[in-house]
Design a protein around this ligand. Structure first.
Ligand code: ADP
Ligand code: MG
Length: 717
């Protein structure tokens, strides 16, 4: 079997299996080998029939008997029923809608059974279990220990992430066939000396130890190896990006320091020390002949826009090389139309006395400042006209959404690209921007998402870091409180008080629509739509309640945001779309429903929405459940206002999950788990940097290069 041939060539796949595999991104033999179990379990260790807890998932080892196909008493739906016996007793098993299990499941032989406990503690049963027979025949491949076979095989086994249409059992058998076949071997991307230094098993051994381990320590060694491989691969790709970037030509920005200083004199406040430091770091980069690649990380409200504006100001004062008129160009990309529009307004405010043109481009149109007809105002213009002016250099500063990186947008001298909330943008978009000009632009990425250090070192290994670790003075400290159901009325009272003082409020809900009642676990999550109706009718009839969610059209969203901005909407009920950068200083209360559904860093960002002014802001967290873990996590938020600390706590308490978009960047559970291991991250980073330094194009590491290229398609796109 060739590793890069499609699985369909070697396996007969039924339609549901095909679509399940496609969903998991498993197309080839290689993909399947790299599809790792989410965990390894010790057989039998998970539970015995004596101590079953309803609602939990268990694995039991024993025998099935008396399996019978029947119809359920009330619904008349087909099912299989029978008994499962282990050393400590027996329990009823049921397969709904699977009458064929009566014939198919092996009876009176040792099996491993994995399923969910239903019923009550007194009368439990197991529903829809997966069954794997553990017979001597299964062990004959020679892959497994041969002495005391049954037990050796049972010692530890892999559990694959569950997906509709395909079972752990299928993975187990398919992988077994691959291991038995010839030619499936893949060359090891990890250089041997690195493997030796960290005692990592080679690739072939690691696949075996991952998928069919004989011993727990083997499974662990394989997990460690693949975690290292994943992090190392990302690090190598970042080190390569960094080296490539450092070799490109860029625009030299002249007199940047004095221009920035002039700009700072025009604003009505004193920049914080952190802002001054970040501006200085950027300006130092501007004077080098190669493009800056920098990440500006600062909590919500730390004033990142000012840093962007001061540096952009210097750029729009620079002439293109060899020219006596015109200016270099700046592009500022924001993740939403609302934000792009807000920033367009801010930049008009900042730069209104300069003889330059500022423009806005979004999915719904284009605007330009100053207007020819209305002095001191912006005006709608046609897209075609704007594109012309961008191309001939007349627009010095362009603000926009993704629309800004479309093919049709061509700059004359794009010298500086700023991306706000960069976790929404990746290397690809950055490259696209870079290709828009004759030299690579200086690049500044800004984010308010506090990222754990290990993640920053990994995913942003190609960027230099500037941190705003200081809020502008005079900000009142936010009061964060966990509100239990019986205190809800009190929270509304507080909200009333604030509204009466003329302030505004956010109510954040985890869902857009009323849940589909069939989906059990979504049942409780409050929906923004229903909550907006309820608040308007029952709780705040005398105030205007507005609704904002990701399902709305950009124009609708803008209209609502503008109304909220003008104070015509008093309470804005929203999904987490307000998470990124919306700025309404008059809002002083935020109430977060289903708070436990959000990550700590995300909650921290949400509450930052009300930390814009000098009034004491309030954040009410309303959890829907009160498990120990939920309370512990939310209490961390009550106590700490340090985004970075919360980010670290997130990493520990949420474990794998869509942490900071890690999933979106293609990181596996294993890689995410590894982010908790500072030593592993540092080792992988150190090795990656020295390898790329010695072999910048990876010409002498072709297997690794292919691995990096394959991963590059996923990471940070
Ligand atoms: P963020 O880092 O979240 O993007 P913003 O740039 O939107 O923060 O700044 C938040 C608010 O703080 C804005 O209203 C801005 O004008 C104000 N601000 C920024 N820097 C300072 C400062 N040094 N002193 C006082 N206010 C500031
Ligand atoms: Mg911002």
């Amino acid at each position: 079997m060739h590793p890069d041939e499609p699985l369909a060539k070697y396996f007969r796949l039924i339609a549901p299996q095909q679509s399940a595999l496609r969903r998991l991104g498993i197309l080839t033999v290689r993909d399947l080998l790299y599809h790792f179990p989410s965990r390894h379990e010790r057989a039998g260790a998970s539970a015995s029939t004596e101590q079953l807890v309803p609602g939990t998932k268990v694995t039991l080892v024993g025998q099935l008997s008396k399996l019978e196909a029947k119809r359920l008493w009330k619904s008349r739906r087909p099912a299989t029923e029978g008994w499962f016996t282990d050393e400590s007793g027996r329990v009823k098993v049921m397969w709904f809608n699977q009458p064929y299990m009566a014939k198919m499941a092996p009876q009176e032989v040792p099996v491993r059974l994995t399923g969910t406990v239903g019923g009550s503690a007194e009368k439990p049963y197991i529903t829809n279990p997966e069954v794997v027979a553990v017979t001597a025949g299964d062990l004959a491949s020679g892959l497994f220990k041969t002495d005391n076979e049954a037990e050796a095989r049972l010692e530890i086994f892999p559990i694959y992430p569950e997906t509709r249409g395909i079972t752990s059992k299928w993975f187990y058998h398919a992988l077994k066939r691959i291991f038995e076949a010839k030619g499936h071997e893949i060359e090891d991307p990890l250089p041997a000396d690195i493997r030796e230094r960290y005692h990592l098993p080679d690739l072939a051994t690691s696949f075996l130890w991952m998928h069919v381990p004989e011993e727990e320590r083997h499974a662990q060694a394989a997990r460690k190896r693949f975690a290292f491989e994943e992090i190392f691969t990302i690090q190598v790709s970042r080190a390569k990006d960094r080296a490539e970037n450092a070799a490109l030509p860029s625009f030299r920005i002249t007199d940047a320091a004095s221009h920035a200083e002039t700009f700072l004199k025009t604003i009505p406040f004193e920049p914080t020390n952190a802002q001054k430091r970040a501006i200085a770091e950027i300006i130092t980069d501007f004077e080098k002949p190669h493009p800056m690649a920098r990440l500006l990380e600062g909590d919500v409200g730390s004033g990142k826009t000012l840093v962007a504006a001061a540096s952009a100001y210097a750029v729009v004062h620079s002439r293109p090389p060899g020219r006596i008129s015109g200016t270099l160009q700046v592009a500022y990309m924001a993740p939403t139309e609302i934000l792009a529009t807000q920033h367009f307004q801010s930049f008009i405010e900042y730069f209104k006395d300069l003889p330059i043109n500022i423009a806005l481009i979004t999915g719904s149109g284009a605007r330009k400042f100053p207007s020819k007809s209305k002095r001191g105002a912006a005006t709608d213009i046609s897209r075609a006209q704007l594109l012309k002016w961008i191309a001939n250099g007349e627009i010095a500063m362009l603000v926009g959404t993704h629309a800004l990186i479309q093919k049709k947008v061509g700059f004359q001298h794009l010298a500086y690209a700023i991306v706000d909330e960069q976790h929404r943008f990746g290397t690809r978009q950055r490259r696209e921007l870079a290709h828009k000009g004759d030299a690579a632009p200086h690049f500044l990425s800004m984010t308010a998402t506090p990222i754990p250090r290990t993640l920053a070192l990994t995913l942003y290994g190609d960027l230099d870091l500037s941190i705003l670790d200081e809020l502008p003075p005079g900000r009142a400290k936010i009061e964060t409180r966990i509100i239990m159901p019986k205190e809800r009325a009190k929270a509304y009272e507080k909200m009333h008080e604030e509204l009466e003082k003329g302030r505004q409020a956010y109510v954040i809900c985890p869902r857009i629509n009323e849940p589909d009642p069939a989906k059990m676990n979504a049942l409780q999550a409050k929906s923004a739509k229903a909550e907006a109706l309820r608040l308007q009718k029952d709780v705040f009839p005398e105030y205007e309640v507005g609704l904002l969610h990701g399902g709305m059209k950009p124009r609708e969203k803008d209209a609502v945001m503008e109304k909220f901005d003008r104070g015509e909407i008093h309470i804005l009920v929203a999904t987490s779309v307000v998470e990124v950068g919306i700025n309404v200083p008059n809002a002083t209360v935020i109430m977060i429903e289903g708070a436990e559904r959000f990550g700590l860093a995300q909650l921290h960002q949400l509450r930052g929405r009300v930390q814009r002014s000098t009034h004491t802001p309030f954040c009410f967290l309303l959890p829907e459940s009160k498990g120990e873990m939920t309370m512990k996590r939310l209490k961390a938020l009550e106590k700490s206002s340090d985004g970075f600390k919360l980010a670290e706590a997130d990493l520990e308490t949420r474990g794998a999950g869509d942490l900071y978009g890690t999933r979106q960047w293609g990181m596996s559970d294993l890689g995410i788990e590894a982010l908790q291991n500072v030593r592993l991250i540092q080792a992988a980073r150190g090795e990656a940097m020295s390898l790329v330094e010695g072999d910048p194009t990876l010409a002498r590491h072709s297997v690794l290069l292919r691995r990096v290229a394959a991963a590059g398609a996923l990471h940070r796109e």
